[in-house]
Design a binder for this molecule. Structure first.
Ligand code: SF4
Length: 77
Protein backbone atom coordinates (compact mmCIF):
# COMPACT_ATOMS: atom_id res chain seq x y z
CA UNK A 1 0.00 0.00 0.00
CA UNK A 2 1.25 3.47 -0.84
CA UNK A 3 2.48 5.79 1.86
CA UNK A 4 4.21 9.04 1.19
CA UNK A 5 6.49 9.75 4.14
CA UNK A 6 7.87 13.04 2.82
CA UNK A 7 6.28 15.68 4.98
CA UNK A 8 5.80 18.81 2.93
CA UNK A 9 2.75 20.90 1.99
CA UNK A 10 2.10 19.05 -1.28
CA UNK A 11 1.61 15.79 0.65
CA UNK A 12 -0.91 17.32 3.03
CA UNK A 13 -4.62 16.69 2.54
CA UNK A 14 -5.26 20.43 2.90
CA UNK A 15 -2.96 21.39 0.03
CA UNK A 16 -4.44 22.07 -3.40
CA UNK A 17 -2.99 23.83 -6.45
CA UNK A 18 -0.39 25.82 -4.54
CA UNK A 19 -2.72 26.83 -1.73
CA UNK A 20 -3.50 25.63 1.76
CA UNK A 21 -7.30 25.32 1.90
CA UNK A 22 -7.18 25.32 5.68
CA UNK A 23 -5.09 28.45 6.22
CA UNK A 24 -6.07 30.05 2.88
CA UNK A 25 -2.53 30.99 1.94
CA UNK A 26 -0.29 30.41 -1.05
CA UNK A 27 2.54 27.95 -0.34
CA UNK A 28 5.71 26.46 -1.70
CA UNK A 29 4.60 22.84 -2.32
CA UNK A 30 7.92 21.55 -0.97
CA UNK A 31 7.97 23.83 2.06
CA UNK A 32 8.03 22.65 5.66
CA UNK A 33 4.75 21.55 7.20
CA UNK A 34 2.73 23.15 9.96
CA UNK A 35 1.34 21.32 13.04
CA UNK A 36 -1.97 20.80 11.22
CA UNK A 37 -0.39 18.58 8.57
CA UNK A 38 -2.70 15.74 7.59
CA UNK A 39 -1.17 13.06 5.37
CA UNK A 40 -2.93 12.46 2.06
CA UNK A 41 -2.38 8.75 2.33
CA UNK A 42 -2.78 6.45 5.26
CA UNK A 43 0.15 4.35 6.32
CA UNK A 44 -0.79 0.77 5.71
CA UNK A 45 2.21 -1.47 5.39
CA UNK A 46 2.00 -5.20 4.93
CA UNK A 47 2.77 -5.89 8.61
CA UNK A 48 -0.03 -3.71 9.96
CA UNK A 49 -2.42 -5.10 7.32
CA UNK A 50 -1.55 -8.64 8.40
CA UNK A 51 -2.01 -7.64 12.05
CA UNK A 52 -5.42 -6.09 11.29
CA UNK A 53 -6.52 -9.10 9.26
CA UNK A 54 -5.50 -11.41 12.10
CA UNK A 55 -7.27 -9.27 14.68
CA UNK A 56 -10.38 -9.17 12.49
CA UNK A 57 -10.37 -12.96 12.16
CA UNK A 58 -10.08 -13.36 15.94
CA UNK A 59 -12.95 -10.90 16.51
CA UNK A 60 -15.12 -12.68 13.93
CA UNK A 61 -14.51 -15.99 15.70
CA UNK A 62 -15.43 -14.43 19.05
CA UNK A 63 -18.56 -12.91 17.52
CA UNK A 64 -19.51 -16.26 16.06
CA UNK A 65 -19.13 -17.92 19.49
CA UNK A 66 -21.21 -15.18 21.14
CA UNK A 67 -23.95 -15.53 18.53
CA UNK A 68 -24.02 -19.30 19.04
CA UNK A 69 -24.24 -18.78 22.80
CA UNK A 70 -27.13 -16.30 22.35
CA UNK A 71 -28.99 -18.75 20.10
CA UNK A 72 -28.45 -21.49 22.65
CA UNK A 73 -29.70 -19.30 25.52
CA UNK A 74 -32.77 -18.24 23.52
CA UNK A 75 -33.79 -21.88 23.12
CA UNK A 76 -33.89 -22.18 26.92
CA UNK A 77 -36.25 -19.23 27.43
S1 SF4 B 1 0.95 21.42 6.25
FE1 SF4 B 1 -0.26 23.03 7.21
S2 SF4 B 1 0.12 24.84 5.93
FE2 SF4 B 1 0.75 23.06 4.76
S3 SF4 B 1 -1.03 22.51 3.54
FE3 SF4 B 1 -1.12 21.29 5.41
S4 SF4 B 1 -2.37 22.45 6.82
FE4 SF4 B 1 -1.75 23.84 5.18
Amino acid sequence: MYFNDIKCHKNCAHYQNGFCRLNRIKLDPNGPICPRFTPKYKEIDSKSKYKKDTELKILEEKLDKIQKRIRHLKTKI
